[in-house]
Design a binder for this molecule. Sequence first.
Ligand code: PLP
Length: 418
Amino acid sequence: MVDQVFPIEKIRSCFPSLERTIGGRQAVFFDGPGGSQVPTSVTEAMSDYLLSSNANTGMSFETSLETDELISEALHSCADFIGCDEPTEIVFGQNMTSLNFQLAGALSRTWRPGDEVVVTRLDHDGNVGPWSLAAEWSGATLRKIEIRPEDCTLDMESAYETITERTVLVAVGAASNLSGTVNDVRKIIEIAHGVGAEVVVDAVHYAPHSLIDVADLGCDFLLCSPYKFFGPHQGILWGRKSRLEELPVAKLRVASEEIPFRWMTGTQSHEGMAGTMAAIEHIAWLGREVSGNPELSRRESLIRAYDAIEEYERGLFLRMLEGLEGIEGLKIWGITEPNRISERAPTVSFTHPSMSAKEIGQRLAERGVFVWAGNFYALELTEALGLEPEGVLRAGLLHYNSLEEVDFFIDSVKEILE
Ligand SMILES: Cc1ncc(COP(=O)(O)O)c(C=O)c1O
């Protein structure tokens, strides 16, 4: 059940956009998988930077020094968020996709024909497309891990078959942005490392729901996007220090050879870094709230926050699943068993034979419920499930959603479909 001590009203009051009304009632933001809302603290941090410290880096006047300091603080903050000790292992970029293209470009220059690159049919195209091109550029072969359509999980037999002595890289998602499936990434890493291959983890959909811990996972690279966890539009890449130092990344002659800066092309969004830091601080604040301990370190606060977020979101999500399962003809694409709730994120995708996903989405929008219809770039999955071109209706929960919103959503879907 939903944890009574979860400070949902306090959380909601941090997000002014949640006050928005449609037709006289508060809008329901279930569009989080496409991008979350932001707390006031994030916009304040961004505008404070722009209004008082805005400058380029590396000079000895005040605002430039403040900008250098901000970058350093942001790297430390993200290191705590990702669970690594080395702030220089954090790279900022425009978004996950751009950073993954950059990583793919660098890695592809180290591969040769005969090498194999493995992606999955459960992944967002942001973790498929760059690897498909990188394989093409280097003459390597692209291979795909299949899914089990009955519950939208990775087919582990296929993983064992696909990852071989020739594999140089496996790209896998931590959680699917369509079915919500949380993959057994540890197992994939074990198989990949067993044959000497590196592993890139796409944690974009995972990051708002569960704690990232690269030290514990043992992956080689990991990406996420702050705009999915209450921050601004930015991307984060984490990579092992030794690899970030040696990989032949595309960079200007005049740019620094130091990590992470050799990866950070051109002038970065410093205001984005300020906002990302504030988003991480928002989650840490929640950890201190639920633990009642204001002394916790940032990492400890994040651990406590994610424990609370997982428990709260699961309570809400079980109610959502139960409600949707009660609607005749509605097909949920993914895990539905309540006892397997820990194997999925609180993101649900469904179809109904009587109405297209787009139309269901439009009717929900008229009622002030914000959801998505389509494939959300999880193209491999919608193709494997035979769901193109219409796709699915997707609703996703975040820590600022409430039980009342879930109930209103279920009642609305029933009204529309029954
Ligand atoms: C699972 C997943 N991976 C990758 C991406 C791409 O992220 P970005 O928009 O930061 O490039 C998304 C965006 O929706 C996503 O959900």
